[in-house]
Design a protein around this ligand. Structure first.
Ligand code: GAP
Length: 488
């Protein structure tokens, strides 16, 4: 555990040092649970987005994408149930005044038990918590906390308040003419992107002439006033989601739910991350809209945690929007129902949702890729920090180094850059020894580096170095583009 904590800290430092992630507004000491992606991080994040978008839209026959606004009519959130139900049970420590999400407090205690070798007891506590959460049994949860003498990390006491619910939505005021006291003026920052899809269901279905089953995908920001925001970009107050709502015929939800569970796990594995880093976790306590739900969990440095949710959302959302907007949200299905020999007719579709946090995916990818490699020989101690990123996700695909700054070598290197940069991202560097330049690229996850040397002038070949094996080979300049493209 201590090793994993150190590794997590090393990953956070690496992200900062190499321009992947910075604390937001750092010159003012940062803003809790808000982060900025730097020059390398924004590239990696964009590549993850593109990979998801392509596999969820371009490679599918029946899924299209949209980009809905963050602000939505406030009634959206009344209809969706978020105003009344998007709450987390919280408890305050009376001595430290620190507020905890009840499930996080108990989970942290269970981790402590595991670290002390009490695995069985840790599992027992989690099972008891899940049962009580499923019943919204706050008195029972408080008793669980008290029975186990779970302490506040700050005060070290068990002096707890009653458990209460807190809504997680951020709100702000719209426009300037109406008083801010006016409730009609209040808008929310969306806590999930899904509602932008639901309210556009008929727009897309009609204008796109979509036939059930079909899906609508979206990538965008979401905001949650997480009370206990921690663990770097795992739990943020401003984050990005990649969501897809798949609209289906009522009664087929079980089959589609299983299909999307399997499809999404395959997507994760297609990145080359070993299967044992993932597992399913079926929900005991279902969200207010779901009839079945599970998480795809990933083994982050702090243990297995939720990375993606697959939810069978029934017709809850569309039905609610129909009721609140007074606009029909029905679809006419003219396929023949074999049971009746007649068209299925009008219905409100059921929905299977896949919802993955982009920032969590970033953390999964980077934490799996990060390695501190010991390269010492009996003669010389040596090490390197390397990101074994899949080539298609790497921020830079090819680094080009002239061996020296003279003899026409920079000109050849620049020519290679100009030939390749329209296909993939390249990086040019002529400063420092070649070994040092290689190490910097390893730390950024660049899969290929080429060195232009004096032999290049004679035979148009360069040395290409492979990041993971550190093997070098001589290849023709004319082959470079193909080698890199093949790896993508
Ligand atoms: N539309 C369904 C929905 O929003 P969710 O399980 O609350 O479901 C989906 O969230 C995904 O969004 C999670 O699996 C996680 O990856 C990501 N996510 C949720 N809250 C987050 C937060 N505070 N910070 C970063 N990612 C978050």
């Amino acid at each position: 555990m201590a090793n994993e904590t150190n590794r997590f800290q090393a990953i956070i430092s690496h992200c900062k040092e190499y321009g992947f992630i910075f604390p937001s507004s750092e010159i003012y000491d940062g803003l809790q649970a808000v982060y900025d992606y730097g020059q390398m991080g924004s590239e990696l994040k964009k590549n993850i987005k593109d990979y998801w978008w392509k596999s969820m839209t371009q490679l599918q026959d029946n899924i299209v994408g949209i980009d809905a606004a963050i602000f939505m009519h406030p009634t959206t959130w009344k209809a969706s149930g978020h105003v009344d139900n998007f709450n987390d049970p919280m408890i305050d420590n009376k001595d430290s005044k620190k507020r905890y999400r009840v499930d996080h407090l108990i989970e942290a205690y269970s981790e402590e038990l595991k670290a002390a070798g009490q695995e069985a007891k840790a599992d027992e506590v989690i099972a008891a918590m899940e049962q009580l959460l499923a019943k919204d049994d706050f008195a029972g949860l408080k008793t669980l906390i008290e029975d186990h003498k779970i302490k506040c990390a700050i005060s070290g006491t068990c002096n707890w308040t009653e458990i209460r619910q807190f809504n997680l939505m951020f709100s702000t005021e719209f426009g300037s003419t109406v008083s801010s006291e006016d409730a009609d003026n209040k808008v929310y920052l969306r806590p999930e992107t899904a509602q932008g899809i639901f309210v556009n269901f008929l727009n897309v279905q009609k204008t796109g002439r979509m036939k059930v089953p079909f899906g609508i995908a979206q990538i965008g920001k979401a905001f949650r006033n997480e009370i206990v925001a921690r663990q770097f970009i795992f739990r943020m107050r401003e984050f990005e989601q990649m969501e897809m709502q798949f609209f289906i015929r009522p009664g087929t939800q079980k089959e589609w739910y299983e299909k999307w569970k399997a499809t999404r796990l395959e997507w994760h594995k297609s990145l080359g991350i070993p299967a044992e880093k993932y597992r399913y976790h079926d929900h005991v306590k279902l969200a207010h809209y779901a009839d079945a739900a599970c998480d795809i969990e990933f083994e982050f440095p702090m243990g297995f945690k939720e990375l993606e949710g697959i939810h069978s959302r029934t017709d809850f959302d569309l039905k609610q929007h129909q009721e609140y907007s007074k606009k029909k949200q029905q679809y006419f299905d003219n396929d023949i129902d074999p049971a009746t020999g007649k068209p299925y007719g009008n219905y409100i579709p059921y929905v299977i949702e896949t919802s993955i946090g982009l920032d969590r995916m970033f953390l999964a990818v980077i934490s799996h890729a990060y390695e501190e490699q010991d390269l010492s020989t009996p003669e010389k101690p040596d090490s390197r920090s390397v990101l074994h990123l899949p080539a298609k996700l790497a921020p830079i695909k090819l680094a080009v180094f002239p061996l020296t700054k003279k003899d026409g070598l920079p000109e050849i290197a620049e020519q290679i850059m100009n030939d390749c940069r329209s296909e993939f991202r390249c990086f040019y560097e002529e400063k420092d020894a070649i070994g040092k330049r290689y190490r910097r690229m390893d730390a950024l996850g660049t899969p290929f580096c080429v060195t232009v040397d004096h032999q290049t002038k004679e035979d148009n070949t360069v040395t290409i170095r492979h990041r993971d094996s550190m093997q070098q080979e001589r290849v023709a300049i004319s082959e470079l583009k193909r080698i890199v493209m093949d790896s993508l």
